[in-house]
Design a protein around this ligand. Structure first.
Ligand code: BDR
Ligand code: CA
Length: 313
């Protein structure tokens, strides 16, 4: 089968970085048309730079990286340096990128690509706040029916929230954008915290990355070493959750994940629950299903895939 054409929309972030590395390591399954950066974990100037650092780490400086929006549609940007460090990519020491940032705006690239490629052949993979994707859909509503699938990391149901008691970070930062995306009519697959909190980098799994002995393996181990201190303190968990790589792993091996096709609505009004993904997991409303909301992961299989693929870079 031909590899799936994708655009990764991202705010790197150590876990975004691993998601990108997994995609770049898997050319038989994934044809990465471009990366669009968005403000999220850290401001845009850092996320676009970090995306280029990661492409160079992978030995793929020809990857096209575009800058998108530097703030949510109508709110002040909330960042997460408390999780990812000052640079967003704290942990390893990596050289400043020399590959260029593309001149085109990330949103223009998304619109142009979806219009240029045959209908239903491009998958969008948002790993951060949904600003760029929502603005693209608002400016060019015709692209919605051209999208093959949107596979995103965001939201939570049983795990509720990580940035507020009720909301997950990516959705909370730009809830209006999330609403546009969940209402757009394209097929959506969601990797919520319910799944990603089971994708934990235990010490043995991190040793497996480090023992690859390659610049990529060592850098990934150092990233998760840094990232992990936060979740260990907060949740008492065994290690760092690799949220965003669940998206790219799904494209390669969808059988690692199970979920339900359900209705998911985004709370945009309530101060208390702003950005909550109200997921009708139990089917208690007759609201129409608009997303496949994942609930479980084969974590062993996920880490085997990840380690095998990172070894290829
Ligand atoms: C999400 O927020 C970010 O901190 C991570 O990169 C991930 O995309 C998890 O809530
Ligand atoms: Ca992210």
């Amino acid at each position: 089968m031909a590899p799936r054409k994708i655009i990764i929309d991202t705010d790197p972030g150590q876990d975004d970085a691993v998601a990108i590395l997994l995609a770049l390591a898997s050319p038989d399954e994934i044809d990465l048309l471009g990366i669009t950066a968005v403000a999220g974990n850290v401001p845009l100037a850092l996320t676009e730079k970090n995306a280029r650092i990661v492409c160079e780490l992978a030995g793929k400086p020809e990857t096209r990286v575009f800058a998108g929006h530097d703030a949510p549609i109508m709110r002040k940007l909330v960042t997460a340096e408390h999780v990812h460090g000052k640079t967003g990519l704290d942990g390893p020491t990596l050289p400043a990128p020399t590959m260029p940032l593309q001149d085109q705006h990330g949103v223009d690239f998304i619109i142009e690509t979806l219009r240029a490629e045959p209908k239903g052949t491009v998958t969008l993979c948002p790993l951060g706040p949904l600003t760029n994707i929502a603005v693209a859909l608002q400016r060019a509503p015709d692209i919605a029916e051209r999208i093959e699938e949107i596979v995103l990391m965001g939201g939570a149901y049983f795990e509720v929230g990580n940035i507020t008691p009720a909301a997950e970070f990516n959705i909370y930062v730009d809830p209006e954008a999330a609403k546009v995306v969940f209402d757009c009519g394209a097929p959506i697959t969601v990797m919520p915290l319910d799944v990603t909190h089971k994708a934990l980098v235990t010490p043995a799994r991190n040793d497996a990355f480090r023992n690859l002995g390659t610049p990529v393996g060592v850098a990934v181990a150092e990233m998760t070493d840094f990232f992990e201190r936060f979740d260990k303190e907060k949740y008492g968990s065994a290690g760092a959750p690799l949220h965003d790589p669940c998206v790219t792993a799904y494209l390669i091996q969808p059988g690692l994940f199970t979920g339900r096709h359900i209705n998911v609505e985004i709370e945009t009004q309530s101060e208390l629950t702003l950005g909550m993904t109200v997921a009708d997991w139990w089917g208690v409303t007759d609201r129409p299903a608009n997303a496949t909301f994942m609930g479980d992961i084969d974590a062993e299989g996920f880490f085997t895939l990840l380690t095998d693929r990172l070894a290829r870079l």
